[in-house]
Design a binder for this molecule. Structure first.
Ligand code: HEM
Ligand SMILES: *[C@@H]1O[C@H](CO)[C@@H](O)[C@H](O)[C@H]1NC(C)=O
Length: 311
């Protein structure tokens, strides 16, 4: 079968699966294409804005991915991280230091309010922008379930429990589990981040540089390019070997039998090439799972007019 026919067959199969699953969707769940009737341009408006920002500054991709993670881990993926509540607000929490990319989200929101007022949540913009950032960084394309509504609370105390670089592996695992995420998700999502800022890198280096000890396999590193820019790299292996600094919490992944095994499974996959789990596909699934954390739907929350403050 020619590739295009295969694609068509695949698309048809997907369509059937999706058509059936519509009946099975319980209320209060997110849906791929939530805005396809009400605001068909929504996803392309986000994508174009992220592409434009990226062409000015490629670091924006890492910023937007991190923003999504930090949004989801406090009060669920509800755009609470975007609210400005001064020194009492979520953004002032220590764990949120260095977050950036807010202006890209706000710019998208302005465009969406002009195109389809009151319909698209800030929380969904963050989720879509993170996906577009992943794609621009040569990561896997994936569909983002949408329909999140925006939260109305931003408090520094609620952000006190974010995963921290100094956390033990046990604590990291339990912080992810509390959010409904597995050890596998912890490894995958930690592997999906990069540090694009050499200045930050050199500051972090002394305290954070660490090696995976255990089995003496010094090649064990997260499958990601930490050297220059945030990028999903096909040459994972070379980057792993170069052994550039992993942050302390990443090194912790090697401290634990289970997470170490998961790491190894991706790394040996890269080595032998066609057996074992696929990092990209699994990463995309983990992103979707992270995007489900504590979402507000239906009549919960609100659709903000601007992302920086509640209505
Ligand atoms: C497991 C616990 C995690 C800890 C302790 C952690 C901690 C950190 C720290 C300390 C930085 C440097 C921040 C700075 O000073 O600018 C960072 C950067 C980053 N993190 Fe995490 N992180 C974790 C998980 C994640 C996850 C799950 C994601 C996304 C899926 C993520 C995405 C990023 C990205 C993209 C950057 C680079 C941000 C930029 O260049 O602006 N992190 N992380
Ligand atoms: C901002 O912080 C204050 C003080 O903690 C709190 O009373 C208020 O509800 C917060 N505002 C929002 C929007 O969460």
């Amino acid at each position: 079968m020619p590739v295009s026919n295969k694609l068509k067959a695949f698309a048809a199969a997907l369509f059937i699966v999706q058509a059936f699953s519509v009946f099975g969707v319980p209320r209060g769940q997110l849906q791929v294409g939530f805005y396809s009737q009400t605001c068909p341009a929504a996803e392309s408006i986000v994508r174009i804005a992220v592409q434009n920002a990226f062409s000015n500054d490629q670091q924006i991709a890492a910023r937007l991915l991190r923003l999504f993670f930090h949004d989801c881990f406090v009060e669920g993926c509800d755009g609470s991280i975007l609210l400005d509540n001064g020194s009492d607000g979520e953004r002032s929490a220590r764990g949120n230091a260095g977050l950036a990319g807010f202006e890209v989200i706000e710019n998208v929101k302005t465009q969406l309010e002009a195109t389809c007022p009151g319909l698209v949540s800030c929380a969904d913009i963050v989720a879509l922008a993170a996906r577009d950032a992943v794609v621009l960084s040569d990561g896997p394309p994936y569909e983002v379930p949408t329909g999140r509504r925006d939260g109305r609370v931003s408090s520094i105390s609620l952000a006190a429990n974010l995963p921290d670089v100094d956390d033990s592996i046990e604590l990291l695992k339990s912080k992810f589990r509390e959010k409904g995420l597995t050890d596998h998700d912890l490894v995958l999502l930690s592997g999906g981040k990069g540090d694009s800022d050499p200045a930050i890198n050199s500051q972090l280096l002394p305290q954070l540089q660490a090696k995976c000890p255990s089995n003496g396999d010094v090649d064990v590193r997260l499958p990601l390019d930490w050297t220059s820019e945030f990028k999903f790299d096909d040459q994972i292996f070379r980057n792993i070997k170069n052994g550039f600094a992993v942050i302390a919490s990443d090194a912790r992944l090697c401290d634990d039998k289970n997470t170490n095994k998961i790491l190894d499974s991706y790394i040996s996959f890269a080595r032998s090439s066609n057996i074992g789990p696929s990092f990209k596909a699994d990463f995309a699934e983990a992103m979707v799972r992270m995007g489900n954390i504590g979402v507000k739907t239906g009549s919960e929350g609100e659709i903000r007019q601007v992302c920086i403050s509640i209505n």
